[in-house]
Design a protein around this ligand. Structure first.
Ligand code: B12
Ligand code: SF4
Ligand code: SF4
Length: 411
C-alpha cells in the first residue's frame, strides 16, 4: 500500500501503467545513474506533495497556507528589506507569464505547468515529417531547444515510474484526479533554465523569489514551443513543467548533473541554481549518459545546505531508504527532505525559500575561470580545502536585497 492508503500500482486509470516486473528493464541505466530502487518501490501521487497536502492534511495545514499565494498577489508590503512594494512588484511581474499560462483557457480549474501538462494550440500535423538518422534528429531537436531559449538540453528514455499516479484538483479540495498525461512516449527531453546569480544571493526575500518566477515564465514559453515544434513535425509531444511527473530522476539520467543533499540536481554549468522542464515525445532519440563530476562525493562530506536550512528540513546523514513522511516517494534510497517543515517555513516568511541553493559551494558564476578551477578541485581529494576556502571567501552569505536594487545605479 502507498503512503496515501491506496495501492497506486493497482490503479488502472493511467495508460500503460506497467506492472512492477517490467521495471527491470531500467536496471542497467539505473546503475549507471546511481539510482538505488528497492522492491517496495511505489509510484507517487501529486496529491501527496507538500504543496497539495497543505490544503487537505491536518499534519501540515496552516491558516498561512490559504493566504500564501493570495498574499503574494495582493501583498501588504512590510518594512523588512526585500519585502516592500518594489520587491513584490518584481516577483509578481516575473511570475506573470507562468500564471497566465497556468490559467489560459481552463475555466475547469486545471492549472497548466503545475498540475496539468501544457496544452498545445498548434494541432499535431497529419503528415509525419521524414526524419534523418536518429543522431541527426536528436541534434536538430537540441538545436531548436537552445534556439528557443533552453540553457542546456539532455534526453533520456521515457520511464513511467516517475509519472504521478494522480494529479490534484485545484478547486479547493486538492482531491486526487487521474493524471491526464497520455501518449505513446519513448523519450523525455529535459531542458535546463538558469536562475539569476545575483538575485539568488538575496534569498529569502520577495526580490530573490523573482529569480524563480522568471524561470517558470520562461519554462512555460520554451517548453510549450518545443512541444509545438515536434507536433508540427507530426509526432506526439507534450510540454511539462512541475506537472505530470517527478523531474529530477529524468534530469539525472539525461546527463544534467548529480543529485545533491539539498534535493536538487547539481549541474556543472550552473550548480543547483537551475530549473527544469520536460517534453514527453514519441520520437526515438539518442539518450545522454548521466554526468558525474564529483558533486556526489562533495555532498558526502559537506552539510552546508542542511546546516543553513532554518527549519532543519534537510538530512545530515547518508541517503536513506525511507523518507521523513508521506510527501516522499516510497522505495528509493536517497537524501530526502522533510517538506512539511520546508513548506511551513515558506508560509511563515510568505515567500518561497532557496537558502539551500544559495549556500551550496556549487552556486558560482562559472563563466569565470577561477570558479571553474575551484569546481574542478571540489571534485578531487582537495575538496575539504575547497569547502573551507568557500567559507573563508564568504560565499553563500545572504546579500541584502537593497544591494540588488542599487546595482541599477552603478552598472
Ligand atoms: C513539490 C515540490 C516542492 C515542494 C515539496 C516537495 C515534496 N516532497 O513534497 C517544496 C516546497 C519542498 C519544494 C521546495 C523547493 N523546490 Co521544489 N519541486 C517540487 C516539485 C513540483 C515536485 C516534486 C515532487 O513530486 N516531490 C514529491 C516526492 C517525489 O518527493 P521526494 O521523494 O522527497 O523526492 C524529491 C527528491 O528526492 C527528488 N527525487 C524524487 N524521486 C527521485 C528518485 C531518484 C532516483 C533521485 C536521485 C531523486 C529523486 O525529487 C523530489 C523533489 O521534491 C518539483 C518539480 C517536479 N515535478 O519534479 C520541484 C523541484 C524539485 N523544485 C525545485 C526547486 C529549485 C525548489 C526550491 C529551491 C524552491 C525554489 N525557490 O526554487 C526548494 C528546495 C527545497 C528542498 N531542498 O527540497 C526544482 C529543482 C531544480 C534542481 N536544480 O534540481 C524542481 C525540479 C522544479 C523545477 N521547475 O525545476 N519543492
Ligand atoms: S551545500 Fe554541500 S551538501 Fe548541500 S548540496 Fe551543496 S555540496 Fe551538497
Ligand atoms: S528551501 Fe529553505 S526551508 Fe526548504 S529545505 Fe531549502 S533552506 Fe530549508
Amino acid at each position: 500500500m502507498s503512503q496515501s492508503g491506496e495501492d497506486h500500482n493497482e490503479v488502472a486509470n493511467w495508460p500503460s501503467n506497467h506492472p512492477p516486473g517490467d521495471w527491470a528493464r531500467f536496471a542497467k541505466s539505473d546503475a549507471a545513474a546511481g539510482f538505488e530502487i528497492g522492491p517496495d518501490f511505489k509510484r507517487f501521487s501529486q496529491h501527496d506533495d507538500a504543496f497539495n497536502r497543505a490544503w487537505w492534511d491536518e499534519a501540515i495545514m496552516s491558516p498561512a497556507v490559504r493566504t500564501f499565494y493570495e498574499a503574494q498577489l495582493n501583498p501588504k508590503p512590510r518594512k523588512a528589506e526585500g519585502f516592500g512594494q518594489w520587491d513584490y512588484a518584481l516577483i509578481n511581474s516575473a511570475w506573470s507569464v507562468a500564471r497566465d499560462y497556468a490559467a489560459r483557457g481552463r475555466p475547469d480549474g486545471r492549472r497548466e505547468g503545475f498540475v496539468d501538462a501544457f496544452q498545445s494550440f498548434l494541432p499535431q500535423s497529419e503528415t509525419k515529417a521524414e526524419l534523418p538518422s536518429t543522431e541527426e534528429t536528436t541534434a536538430r531537436i537540441k538545436q531548436v531547444a537552445k534556439f528557443l531559449g533552453a540553457g542546456k538540453v539532455g534526453i533520456t528514455e521515457y520511464d513511467e515510474r516517475w509519472v504521478y499516479t494522480h494529479s490534484a484538483e485545484v478547486n479547493g479540495s486538492r482531491d486526487e484526479r487521474p493524471n491526464e498525461l497520455a501518449g505513446n512516449f519513448k523519450s523525455v527531453i529535459v531542458l535546463a533554465h538558469e536562475m539569476d546569480y545575483e538575485l539568488v544571493k538575496s534569498y529569502p526575500s520577495a526580490t530573490a523569489a523573482a529569480a524563480t518566477g522568471r524561470e517558470y515564465s520562461r519554462e512555460a514559453a520554451i517548453v510549450s514551443s518545443l512541444a509545438s515544434f515536434i507536433r508540427a513535425l507530426g509526432y506526439e509531444a507534450v510540454g511539462s513543467s512541475n506537472d505530470s511527473a517527478i523531474t529530477i530522476p529524468y534530469a539525472i539520467k539525461a546527463g544534467m548533473g548529480e543529485y545533491g543533499r539539498n534535493q536538487m540536481v547539481i549541474t556543472e554549468e550552473f550548480g543547483p541554481r537551475v530549473r527544469f522542464s520536460k517534453v514527453f515525445t514519441e520520437l526515438e532519440l539518442v539518450y545522454d549518459a548521466p554526468k558525474k563530476f564529483g558533486a556526489r562525493q562533495t555532498c558526502d562530506v559537506c552539510t552546508k545546505c542542511a546546516d543553513a536550512c532554518p527549519p532543519k528540513a534537510l538530512p545530515h546523514g547518508p541517503p536513506q531508504a525511507v523518507g521523513p513522511n508521506r510527501s516522499n516517494i516510497t522505495g528509493v534510497t536517497k537524501w530526502s527532505a522533510d517538506c512539511e517543515k520546508c513548506f511551513t517555513y515558506w508560509t511563515k516568511i510568505n515567500v518561497d525559500c532557496a537558502i539551500c541553493m544559495r549556500v551550496c559551494p556549487y552556486n558560482k558564476d562559472y563563466s569565470k575561470w577561477k570558479w571553474r578551477a575551484m569546481r574542478r578541485l571540489l571534485g578531487t581529494p582537495l575538496r575539504g580545502l575547497m569547502l573551507w576556502l568557500d567559507d573563508r571567501m564568504g560565499f553563500g552569505k545572504r546579500r541584502k536585497p537593497l544591494e540588488w536594487w542599487r546595482r541599477s545605479m552603478t552598472e
